[in-house]
Design a protein around this ligand. Structure first.
Ligand SMILES: [Cu+2]
Length: 168
């Protein structure tokens, strides 16, 4: 049903952040997993918070998804004013700590999506840890422009979201 554009965008954003759905296995927990709309054949992104409530460091080493040709773990860094992105073989989650996967930082890149992702969809993935543990996570597709060329433009999550809301 047709509705004014702005309201659904705001609702989708608050729904995504209020969901706070968490998946966990023992001391490991993946929370607030979200993604962005993207067309089939393009790359999708995945953001979340990985928490380790245990006494030993853990490491994310691989991510799988039935909806992408491959999933890469990336990290965006800023060096001498230049933003770049590099694949990470593993991401340590310190004992009692957490790692944020967010715009401008660690993120997942879903290579060549096999289906178009629209706001409200769920993007399924399995996180694989160094000790062999696997956690299934559903990334809630919120609103927001897909990163152009997967460059993760130099903006924080907050700036990025408000920029989108005011732009459209
Ligand atoms: Cu990336």
């Amino acid at each position: 049903m047709p509705r004014p554009a702005l309201l659904p965008i705001i609702l989708a954003l608050s729904a995504a952040s209020a969901q706070a759905s968490a998946s966990r296995s023992g001391a490991l927990e993946a929370a607030d997993a979200w993604s962005r709309p993207a067309a089939a054949g393009l790359n999708g992104v995945g953001y979340m918070t990985l928490a380790n409530h245990g006494p030993r460091a853990e490491a994310l080493v691989k991510v799988e998804s039935p909806l992408a040709q491959a999933v890469e773990i990336h990290r965006t860094t800023m060096s001498a004013g230049v933003m770049s992105m590099a694949a990470q073989p593993r991401v340590e989650i310190p004992a009692g700590g957490h790692v944020a996967f967010a715009p401008g930082a660690y993120h997942l890149m879903f290579v060549r999506l096999k289906a178009t992702l629209k706001a409200g969809d769920k993007l399924p993935a399995t996180l694989v840890f160094a000790d062999g543990r696997r956690i299934g996570v559903a990334f809630a597709v919120g609103s927001g422009a897909p990163p152009v060329g997967h460059s993760d433009a130099a903006v924080t999550g907050v700036a990025e979201r408000s920029q989108f809301v005011t732009k459209k």
